[in-house]
Design a protein around this ligand. Structure first.
Ligand SMILES: N[C@@H](CCC(=O)N[C@@H](CS)C(=O)NCC(=O)O)C(=O)O
Ligand code: FES
Length: 134
């Protein structure tokens, strides 16, 4: 019985090491931890992030947490964020689906991408919309 409990707690604590995740998040300017792959997301929340990044024409690295249970646990501990998807820009945690959607809607995403040298495809559209306001 005792042994079973100890074993269970070991399994629960199995997570990809912070050093390894640190390398993953620095693997590209934009890095996404998601369920499924960009070509075939396996959850609506991950799909939403993929669609947003597609609209902005962003290239990114994607990691499928459903293919790696230790990464699924490790990334949550690393970012101190309990859910998937998770988006990193320039090695820094930005947020999940809700935050990305909000940043997409209020124009912040274009700005954050610009800071790291990525010109969003929606940049021109945003400028045109701004000009018509003036
Ligand atoms: N409100 C969240 C939605 C994401 C979410 O709730 N994800 C859940 C269901 S996919 C999750 O990751 N649960 C933990 C897990 O599946 O490991 C966001 O803004 O990203
Ligand atoms: S896998 Fe069910 S909500 Fe994401």
């Amino acid at each position: 019985m005792f042994r079973t409990i100890r074993f269970a707690s070991l399994v629960r604590n199995f997570a990809t090491k912070p050093e390894e995740i640190g390398n993953l998040v620095k693997g590209n300017k934009v890095v996404v931890f998601m369920k499924g792959v960009p070509e075939e997301p396996r959850c609506g929340f991950s799909n939403a992030v993929v669609q947003i990044l597609r609209m902005h024409g962003v290239q990114y690295n994607a990691h499928d947490v459903l293919a790696d249970e230790e990464l699924r646990q490790g990334i949550k501990e690393f970012s101190n964020w309990p859910t998937i998807p998770q988006v990193y820009i320039n090695g820094e945690f930005v947020g999940g689906c809700d935050i990305m959607l909000q940043m997409h809607q209020n124009g912040e995403l274009i700005e954050e991408l610009k800071k790291v040298g990525i010109n969003s495809l929606l940049l021109e559209t945003a400028k045109e919309a701004d000009n018509t306001k003036k």
